[in-house]
Design a protein around this ligand. Structure first.
Ligand code: DAH
Length: 325
């Protein structure tokens, strides 16, 4: 044993450390959790008598301290050298200046388009309660249409959630204001969806609604035409009958792009039940509403195929967009 210890002592002293890798090899050789020389010696102590164990235990502990001292010495030396290498005359790291995100450009553009025809812009909370996100919009608990939007719930409470759509803004606004009004809102929405080129767990929606006496489906059609032609110039669109619990009748709007029809938004006449839920008399007032995905629009505007690229935050990608709007 004594001979062995002398040999280890020599090895610790003579081990040549120059690089960070050497330092790691040194540490592992002596203190490695499985095969470190000292680790094995500590294990072997269990096999000898208590008397000898005390003596050798002390000696091996001393060796361990030697190893740790050497590691500490080279680590601090390395850090000091790094400081010494600091040269204040070298050019500093330049701070990258960002640009307006393409999704924000489209958002601002849509706001502009609607402000021109008398809409006001409002914001709403991303953390919602069940009533604003579902129930008041005519989506009661256990209604199968809740499955259309896979929801993230918060605080283990089934009542608090991340809004799955911006339609909750309709309820918030209509509760507080009396018609007539025209409102636009744009913001993030969340759904528990697998990330792919076309979907993400978070995306942006624009929500618009207009309530007055005698608002009709033709007002809705005209407004959507105005939005699409303002965004794309002349474009072919079609209204396809659809279903949403909060509108009746409901439609989906498709746009003709690269020789195919692409679905871009949902819309319809606000269901009388929804108006009743916010104390607006459906016998006097009627209204339309629509919801559109901003990322979808962006893919078409910029002729791209994958929405994930908007969230990579790669400044080289983001810089390619000019704020043309
Ligand atoms: N909230 C719907 C969704 O996220 C989109 C939508 C459809 C909004 C019809 C509307 C509407 O305001 O009238 O799928």
């Amino acid at each position: 044993m004594d001979q062995k210890i002398d040999q280890i002592k020599k090895e610790i002293k003579c081990f040549h450390i120059k690089t960070y890798n050497d330092l790691e090899t040194f540490r592992i050789k002596f203190l490695g959790k499985k095969r470190g020389i000292l680790t094995i010696l500590f294990k072997e102590l269990k096999k000898i008598s208590i008397h000898k164990r005390k003596i050798y235990g002390k000696i091996i502990n001393e060796l361990k301290k030697e190893v740790q001292k050497k590691i500490f010495y080279y680590k601090s030396k390395n850090d000091n050298e790094k400081i010494l290498k600091y040269d204040p005359t070298l050019p500093g790291k330049s701070i990258e200046i960002g640009s307006i995100h393409p999704l924000s450009m489209i958002k601002n553009r849509i706001i502009d388009i609607f402000l021109k025809i008398g809409f006001s812009y409002v914001d709403g909370p991303e953390i919602e309660d069940d009533w604003h996100n579902f129930t008041a919009l005519n989506i009661p608990i256990f209604h199968p249409s809740r499955d259309m939007q896979d929801t993230f719930f918060l605080c283990q409470s089934p009542d608090i959630l991340l809004r799955t759509h911006t339609s909750s803004i309709q309820i918030r606004y209509m509760k507080k204001h009396r018609p007539p009004f025209r409102v636009l809102s744009i913001g993030k929405v969340y759904r528990n969806e697998t990330i792919s080129s076309r979907s993400n767990f978070m995306f942006h929606q624009a929500e618009g609604f207009y309530i007055d006496k005698k608002v009709s489906f033709s007002d809705l059609k005209q407004t959507i035409h105005y939005l699409i032609t303002s965004l794309f110039g002349k474009e072919k669109i079609r209204f396809r009958p659809s279903y949403f619990p909060f509108t009746e009748p409901s439609a989906e709007v498709d746009i003709y792009c690269n020789r195919e029809w692409l679905e871009i938004m949902g819309c319809g006449m606000i269901d009388p039940e929804v108006l009743k839920n916010v104390d607006i008399d459906p016998e006097i007032y009627s209204g339309f509403a629509f919801g559109v995905g901003i990322e979808r629009l962006a893919l078409m505007i910029y002729q791209m195929k994958d929405i994930r690229i908007y969230f990579d935050n790669d400044i080289r990608f983001l810089r390619q967009f000019k704020n043309e709007f």
